[in-house]
Design a protein around this ligand. Structure first.
Ligand SMILES: Nc1ncnc2c1ncn2[C@@H]1O[C@H](COP(=O)(O)OP(=O)(O)O)[C@@H](O)[C@H]1O
Ligand SMILES: [Mg+2]
Length: 259
């Protein structure tokens, strides 16, 4: 795989990150959220939260309701209950309004514009002047983090490898300068080395003061980088705890995670 990270890049990012964090700290809280596709009732009272600056994993098998949870937060699926973002009620807001409130969403399908160049894809992610704060990131940061994207900035995004497209999708969302980023199965189909790289970048986001809600099926990355984990089964939260709690709980892993 051709996506590479140099230690110096992460160091440079860290230096540039100084002071970017606490001012916009907000918590995301779901309380008794139910969600529906037409008459099909998929989420059954989901209660969970992502505190400012946390990496939280939402784990579960395929079909357990993880993507639906994230789509409900983003206003893409009809829901009831309460979703609170730093005192703002999100349920009932339109999807584009939610995106402008500082929540970034990286959907599970790599959502690039294949006929546009890498650079044009990043431009589409930029929401200049959002909330009048100085953005944490710019093009140079993205290219410093992902030299491979810089090399290919004038290339059509459609010809990038799977790993590169995943990085581009992440970068495009970061260009909107979210305070919380929700990432749906970013490691799906990626080689182990690239999975490790994704883990490093997610930790770097946290260091920059961005909260992360990571939807995963892979236990290893979740246990490695999360502060807390939730496990879903049949549209309900069936476990909540630290990675250490989850490691110690063979029953939950066997019943709700292992295939
Ligand atoms: N667009 C849809 N219309 C109807 N049912 C759906 C739709 N998307 C997902 N579902 C159903 O909702 C349930 C949860 O799916 P999903 O949230 O995608 O799970 P996960 O992301 O954990 O794999 C599944 O039973 C799935 O079949
Ligand atoms: Mg899913």
């Amino acid at each position: 795989m051709s996506v590479e990270m140099k230690d110096s890049n992460v160091g440079a990012m860290r230096a540039a990150a100084a002071g970017a964090s606490a001012a916009h700290a907000r918590a995301l809280k779901l309380d008794n959220v139910h969600a529906f596709y037409g008459k099909s009732h998929v989420l059954h009272g989901v209660t969970m939260e992502v505190r400012p600056g946390e990496i939280v994993s939402l784990l579960g098998r395929n079909g357990s309701g993880r993507s639906t949870t994230v789509k409900t937060i983003m206003g893409q699926v009809e829901g009831t209950g309460s979703i609170d973002w730093g005192g703002q009620a999100l349920l009932g807001e339109k999807a584009y309004e939610i995106a402008h409130r500082g929540i970034g969403y990286v959907p599970e399908n790599r959502d690039i514009f294949p006929k546009l160049t890498v650079h044009q894809n990043l431009m589409l992610g930029e929401k200049s002047g959002r909330r009048g704060k100085t953005p944490r990131w710019g093009f140079d940061d993205m290219y410093a983090m992902f030299p491979r994207l810089k090399e290919r900035q004038h290339t059509e995004a459609g010809v990038l490898s799977g790993g590169e497209q995943q990085m581009l999708t992440l970068c495009r969302t970061l260009m909107g300068d979210p305070d919380l980023i929700m990432i749906d199965e970013p490691t799906e189909g990626l080689a182990p080395k690239i999975v490790e790289l994704v883990a490093e970048y997610l930790k770097e986001l946290k260091r920059r003061g961005v909260s992360v809600l990571l939807v995963e099926q892979k236990l290893a990355i979740a246990l490695e980088i999360s502060e807390r984990c939730y496990v879903m089964g049949h549209g309900r939260i069936v476990f909540e705890g630290t990675p250490a709690d989850l490691r110690a709980n063979a029953y939950v892993r066997k019943e709700w995670l292992e295939v």
